[in-house]
Design a protein around this ligand. Structure first.
Ligand code: NI
Ligand code: MN
Length: 227
């Protein structure tokens, strides 16, 4: 599968001919000025929670592409009111088999209000199982003991974890999270975008290395291939 980074917590994943897009936030991200959101492909958009920095470009991209948005029930109702035609409402603990693979919604310790103040339900993370690989997209979350359940539930080949601190867990807790989920291949997200979450890249990578894990900090606009 191909993974492309669009900045902050936004990733595009191409797997089995389908395009998944996670937490679209490009227009208001100064670091993503080089990304043209009108060129991003999406068959599915997965939204972890309602905060602006995860949903800002969701309506426009969903309308242009006709993508189905996978999200909490409360967010799906809100998106429909904004003119999004296709949503698949889910909630924590639930799983569903899509044509690209299986999605299981897991606990994220965070909050979830939509940009206009509407309640967004519970924030979530996603475990995605495909023919090529299984991965965990944590969304915005604190370190939580619930992550141990993920490690016991499935072999996760790689994981997207927030590492910017202040609003989510930081580097040290993300290292513990990667132990809980039993995964050594981590892709960092939710860092550098705002003043509160700027990180030292060299220090972050070496801290993971010292813990026997590998942290990838993808340049915005770059693509990597995973088996
Ligand atoms: Ni958030
Ligand atoms: Mn956030």
């Amino acid at each position: 599968m191909k993974i492309t980074y669009y900045g902050h917590s936004c990733f595009g994943i191409e797997t089995g001919g389908k395009h998944l897009l996670f937490d679209p936030f490009i227009t208001y991200n100064e670091l993503a000025a080089g990304i043209n959101k009108d060129e991003i492909k999406a068959d599915y958009i997965l939204v972890s929670h309602g905060h602006e920095d995860h949903i800002a470009d969701c309506v426009a991209i969903a309308q242009r592409t006709g993508a189905t948005v996978i999200c909490a029930w409360e967010i799906s109702v809100w998106l429909q009111k904004q003119g999004v035609a296709h949503t698949h409402p889910m909630n924590v603990g639930g799983k569903w088999l899509f044509d690209f693979g299986k999605v299981k919604c897991v606990v994220a310790q965070h909050s979830s209000g939509l940009p206009d103040g509407t309640y967004g339900g519970n924030p979530m993370g996603f475990i995605v199982e495909t023919d090529q690989a299984n991965f965990y997209y944590a969304g915005d979350t604190a370190l939580t003991y619930d992550m141990k359940l993920i490690g016991e539930y499935r072999k996760v080949h790689f994981a997207f974890l927030p590492i910017g601190d202040n609003f989510t867990m930081g580097i040290d807790n993300a290292i513990i999270a990667s132990e809980f989920i039993n995964c050594t291949d981590i892709i960092g997200m939710h860092y550098d975008t705002f003043g509160y979450i700027k990180i030292d890249h060299t220090e972050a990578v070496s801290k993971f290395e010292r813990a026997g894990k590998h942290l990838t900090l993808m340049p915005i606009g770059s693509t990597i291939v995973k088996p």
